[in-house]
Design a protein around this ligand. Structure first.
Ligand code: ZN
Ligand code: ZN
Length: 314
């Protein structure tokens, strides 16, 4: 079960309506954080996500709106007597920058913080991998891919009957070991299961101007969270950001199932931005959402289901 929590969806600076970037993936009891803008601890508390369940934080780049919440998070973990280590991942210079940051106040974490500087790489964890890829933002900046391992196919009842296999511990053993000897026959897991199911793929660009790297890494993703700071290219000035149109183009070319338009500039209200985005993305025939803070999406059969924690809390 995977849940994607949009904790902060706005870019550059927080507004009354939305906070700065932070995305939490909850997967099998673990919370993986992508970016931690200022106030992320408040957003996590509101979403009832415990920072004690966070072991890994992936920072896309060191502009304030993407990392200034680290201090509050770490201090809260300390306050709650955290003992297990925390891993912080980011682009070149992450080590120096995190060290400076942690030295800026009168507190020392009572737990280990491991800092990992990444280029383009694949990190393997239990049931998933995290890939990092370089994006174009004028400073060292990364995008990330969460890639769930492919899962075994479903058990096929008719095949189970054929092999006289009943539900229960014996199936658990077959699943764990891949093959068993049963009633004088060797049975492989593939003998009684359907085709393997592809693991989920979620991609987060962080801040970037349009780049071919995103399309490459987002190929056939289930979800692409693409920064789309501006509605009009003229608003961009000299900044290294993308427009809604560019995010839609990339999503279309990469054949992603769902595009989340993220990091909109503070000048746009939600209403204005989503109406314009619908006009722009409509032309591309791309499935998209404009998430608000505290929206949560979960995969459901071949698409995603969206709910709002704020609506639920009313
Ligand atoms: Zn930003
Ligand atoms: Zn930035």
């Amino acid at each position: 079960m995977l849940e994607v929590f949009f904790l902060g969806t706005g870019g550059i600076m927080p507004t009354k309506e939305r906070n700065v970037p932070a995305i939490a993936l909850r997967y099998r009891g673990e919370i993986i954080l992508f970016d931690a803008g200022e106030g992320t601890i408040r957003q996590m508390n509101t979403a009832k996500l415990s920072p004690m369940k966070v072991d890994k934080i992936f920072i896309t780049h060191f502009h304030g709106d993407h990392y200034l919440g680290l201090g509050g998070l770490i201090q809260t973990m300390n306050l709650w007597n955290r003992e297990k280590p925390l891993h912080i991942y980011g682009p070149k210079y992450t080590f120096e920058l995190v060290q400076h940051f942690l030295n800026s106040g009168f507190f020392r974490p009572g737990f280990d913080i491991h800092v990992h500087e990444l280029g383009e790489t694949r990190l393997k964890f239990g049931d998933y991998e995290i890939w990092s890829f370089k994006v174009e933002h004028g400073i060292p900046a990364l995008g990330y891919v969460f890639r769930e391992r492919d899962r075994r196919g479903k058990f096929l009842p008719e095949r189970l009957r054929e092999y006289n296999l009943s539900e229960g511990p014996i199936l658990g053993k077959l699943e764990r070991e891949g093959k068993i000897e049963w009633k004088g026959r060797i049975i492989h897991l593939e003998d009684v299961t359907g085709p393997r199911r592809k693991g989920l793929k979620v991609v987060y660009t962080g801040d970037t101007e349009p780049t071919e790297r995103v399309r490459l890494f987002a190929e056939r993703a289930d979800l692409l969270i693409h920064e789309a700071t501006y509605l009009n290219p003229d608003d961009r000035g000299g900044s290294y950001h993308s427009t809604v149109k560019e995010a839609c183009e990339t999503a279309k070319r990469a054949k992603v199932k769902l595009l989340a338009l993220f990091h909109r500039a503070f000048r746009y209200t939600y209403g204005e931005y989503s109406v314009e985005a619908a006009k722009i993305c409509g032309g591309f025939n791309v499935n998209f959402i404009v998430p608000r803070d505290f929206d949560v999406i979960t995969p459901k059969s071949d698409s995603w289901e969206l709910r709002s924690l704020l609506e639920e809390g009313k």
